[in-house]
Design a protein around this ligand. Sequence first.
Ligand SMILES: Cc1ncc(COP(=O)(O)O)c(C=O)c1O
Length: 426
Amino acid sequence: MFNDPIARSSRLSVMNFLNEAANRYPTAISFASGRPAESFFSLERWLGAVPVFLDHMARKNGSSVSLAEKRLAQYGPTAGIIEALVAEQLRIDEHIACEPERVVVTAGCQEALSLLIPALCRAPGDVVLARNPTYIGATGVADFAGIEIMPVEPLAGEDWARTLARVAAELRHAGKTPRGLYLTPEFDNPTGTVLNEEQRRSIIAGCVEHRIVVLEDNPYGMFRFEGATTPAMAALDDAGCVVYLATYSKTLCPAVRVGAAVVPKRLFGSASEADRLLAELSERKSFVTVNTSQVTQAIVGGVLLEQQGSLRAMVERPRLHYRRNRDALLSALHLAFGARNGEVSWNRPAGGFFLSLSLPFEFAREQTAACARDHGVIVMPMTFFTLDETHRREVRLAFSNTEESEIEAGVERLARYVDAQTSLVH
Ligand SMILES: Cc1ncc(COP(=O)(O)O)c(C=O)c1O
């Protein structure tokens, strides 16, 4: 079912569909795009960090700044030129004990996914697991590579280790092998939810037991609004099964296209297996992007130097902005739907860019278009992110890139659409 070509092409055409909706209804208020807020982009300041990185590079190599500049403009090492700075930031901001030699700098997290998923799933019958719903960038990679992607969610009363054991046994019975588990444990895209520490530890235990590599994607972890921080899975991973995926798309901006994959020192206890995966990652990358743009690595590297290794202070203003938007969205939802006795419900994300809303009727492509056309608001059906036929009454609301002043009006429009639909149904 999950390799069903119609479902596959429908998942792959989602982005076009949304762009078309936004172009066709330009005055619609959009909760569709999970882009970072542009008001915090500071390209001039970030470009100004390039000389800081060049000075650092020159000092490190014992060369002149003009030679460092020439080297920067040249092809570069596949694993990158800012691994030490990335490792330091992950140590400070995420408490991940990370050595620079284990870091491969990638063209965003997306490149890391498109290299790692096929590297892990090489034999026919190799399968990647993911939560359902899940980020479309991961499912898209699997779809294009012809790799089966299987939903994995605990049944009632089941812990994650048992879930993974059950799914691994079912797959083995069907002649298949789970090789990877893709997860966004912190403020998941699309649901906005968090896996707690117990769940993270249980997933690690299950993955170690069944030799499944966790791909821990964490673009939103720096944007926590409240509550205690949960350790990154890579920071809890003593056994060696978590590959951590970092990105600077949300902390700086997507245009840098700089992210990183951190491979543990041992994979399921084996140093040589871990080294093989690390080497394969670089080899594959060398035939895809050769190396991540050294110019944009210099921007990220320069900013990391200026910020003395931690991006926490720099993301404080955007973090508060996203929190204000989240609060505005929660208030608007309460105002519009609070009196509906739970017919419409939603979660309260403690961080990140996304909230999920449950409606009293199914909401798919057709409804997205009608809602944009007739009521001037664009939201994302959760089915765009699902791997099966579930979650048909849910939508994702992104609050990162919508003006606070538009949030209430957008929710009012959505409420009018919901009213119109429910009066048809009743
Ligand atoms: C969960 C998740 N992973 C990865 C990405 C893409 O990251 P990058 O820009 O680093 O490729 C996104 C972007 O929206 C995302 O939501």
